[in-house]
Design a protein around this ligand. Structure first.
Ligand code: PAF
Length: 283
């Protein structure tokens, strides 16, 4: 496995592979890798000749400087995981090589998909994500890029961004990986105490109850929101950031639930902000 810090060296290696006819898969990450990332890498390794992973904690996407400064880093362990699942190249750039001359002042927005959920409660977040991904997509020139559906809104926005700007690559969404109790794997889980982890389980529990209600025939979004809210409010130490029941393609609100429906929640457990979601198909 090759590890590179320099974007020119990255381009050179990838161009060499492409010249030899290899198809390239790319999974961008912010490190502190877990099995959820492992699922992206394995999927890429199974669908491409070469897999590139980037590890970069992107300052442009943090609207809270404390969240950025506390973001966990574990490069040695990350490299071991990458190697174990067949990654060919890890790109580990520093801030100056990603943003020479500083973070540019440009607003990359897809208004239609950036009105609610994280776009609303974390202003500027997705603009920062699209900025860093534009730079990485130009450098890696992958055939396919892999994103976890735990960040469902990010997945939809990136897919649409790539379509609108004509990047010649496919965006692939990979299902959320959960621990045996249902907690969606996230790098942020490492910051939870044992009792906070119990509280964090309420997110997936709420989603499952909402899903069950829909499967039993409920079509009123307010009734589903109410059940999510009851579960999350059952803990006084958990602070809900948002809970939404939306059309899973357009992220629009629905009067009556039909088609593919997204149930999405975000909550603070202590100082840690967690998100989770599920989609339910109504036939
Ligand atoms: O999902 C993430 O970890 C980040 O938003 C990403 C896609 C690596 C961009 O920094």
């Amino acid at each position: 496995m090759i590890v590179l810090k320099n974007p020119n060296e990255l381009r050179e290696v990838v161009q060499g592979w492409k010249h030899d006819g290899a198809e390239i898969g790319f999974a961008p990450t912010m490190g502190f890798l877990h099995k959820g990332h492992g699922a992206l890498f394995s999927r890429s390794a199974s669908e491409n000749d070469r897999t590139v992973v980037s590890i970069f904690v992107n300052p442009a996407q943090f609207n809270d400087p404390e969240d950025y400064s506390k973001y966990p880093i574990s490069t040695e362990k990350d490299l071991e995981l990458c190697k174990a699942v067949g990654v060919d190249l890890v790109y580990l750039p520093d801030r100056d090589s990603v943003y020479p001359g500083g973070i540019p002042s440009i607003e990359l927005r897809i208004p239609r998909l950036m009105r609610n959920l994280d776009a609303k409660t974390r202003p500027g977040h997705f603009e920062g994500v699209l900025l860093v991904l534009s730079r990485f997509f130009h450098a890696v020139e992958a055939d396919r890029a892999y994103f976890g559906k735990k960040d469902y809104q990010q997945y939809l926005i990136v897919k649409e961004f790539v379509r609108m700007l004509g990047f010649p690559m496919e965006i692939i969404g990979v299902e959320t990986v959960r621990d045996p109790e249902g907690l969606a794997l996230s790098s942020r889980n490492a910051r939870l105490s044992n009792s906070e982890k119990e509280e964090a389980l309420l997110l997936s529990r709420a989603l499952r109850l909402g899903e069950r209600l829909i499967q039993k025939g409920e079509t009123d979004p307010e009734a589903v929101r109410a059940i999510l809210s009851d579960v999350l409010d059952s803990s006084t130490s958990l602070k809900t950031d948002y809970l939404e029941v939306l059309n899973a393609d357009s992220l629009e609100e629905l009067q009556v639930l039909k088609g593919e429906v997204l149930l999405a929640v975000a909550a603070f457990v202590g100082q840690v902000r967690l998100i989770d979601n599920i989609t339910v198909r109504i036939s």
